[in-house]
Design a protein around this ligand. Structure first.
Ligand code: ADP
Ligand code: MG
Length: 236
């Protein structure tokens, strides 16, 4: 990274912890890198949705966040922007291994997340991959070792953790549990518990869900630390 960019990283770090207000509700007001902002702009994202406005500043300030908002409210960017920014501010490089792990209940949703990540993250130099099964395990395993950001389905991720002694997630900075209610509805509670037991405790965690059932709250209790709870309801 150039000197200029390193200086702006220090500035972003400082601004993120001041938790500035996003007054106009624009992505350009957030303390995020030019790289991410350019990716967002090219993808025509200009104004934050409510769940994004309430959760992204907290996540950028390294807080654990549990965010609930209905389907279609924009939860994907609410966690992808912090994943990119947390690694960027740590000056993460391809050599630094796995830094961000995103868990999604289904392959289809994982692919959607991956596509959004490729769009908004295209100015970054991180490597990103999908671990969703349906492919050769060996091939997937080889890929895992080269990725900075992985988007996974729970069963397949745990399979790799169990089978490969070399699965290294010791540097993991940020974990995302997306659609946590669906993950639990699909019976992945134990799988998620086992995954969480395998990853570093010293990490940031973001949990997103369409609903806040008791089982989602229990999962949050087990996976997050002193989290901020953000819930967006329809204005009636
Ligand atoms: P959720 O995960 O809450 O169901 P998504 O993240 O899938 O919602 O977003 C739903 C739709 O809204 C997507 O088509 C996405 O591109 C769009 N979207 C998300 N955030 C914004 C935004 N800030 N401005 C405009 N469109 C957005
Ligand atoms: Mg979603």
């Amino acid at each position: 990274l150039r000197d200029q960019e390193l200086k702006s990283i220090d500035d972003l770090n400082e601004r993120a912890f001041k938790s500035e207000d996003v007054k106009e509700g624009l992505f350009s007001e957030l303390p995020i890198s030019k790289r991410t902002l350019d990716g967002l702009t090219e993808a025509k994202y200009v104004e934050l949705t409510e769940i994004q406005r309430k959760t992204i500043p907290l996540a950028l300030a390294k807080k654990d966040v549990m965010g609930a908002a209905k389907t279609g409210s924009g939860k994907t960017l609410a966690f992808l922007i912090p994943v990119l920014e947390v690694l960027y501010r740590e000056k993460w490089t391809r050599m630094d291994g796995l830094g961000g792990l995103i868990i999604s209940p289904t392959r289809e949703l994982a692919v959607q997340i991956f596509n959004v990540l490729c769009k908004i993250g295209k100015k970054h130099s991180f490597s990103a991959g999908l671990i969703i099964g349906g492919k050769n395990v060996e091939e997937e395993r080889e890929r895992i070792s080269r990725m900075n950001i992985l988007i996974c389905t729970p069963g397949r991720l745990l399979q790799h953790m169990d089978q490969a002694a070399e699965f290294d997630c010791s540097g993991l900075r940020i974990l995302v549990l997306d659609e946590a209610d669906r993950i639990l509805d699909m019976g992945f509670q134990k799988t998620i518990n086992a995954i969480i037991a395998n990853i570093p405790k010293d990490r940031q965690t973001l949990l997103f869900s369409a609903t806040q059932s008791n089982s989602v709250k229990e999962l949050a209790r087990l996976s997050l630390k002193q989290q901020e709870n953000i819930s967006v309801h329809d204005a009636e």
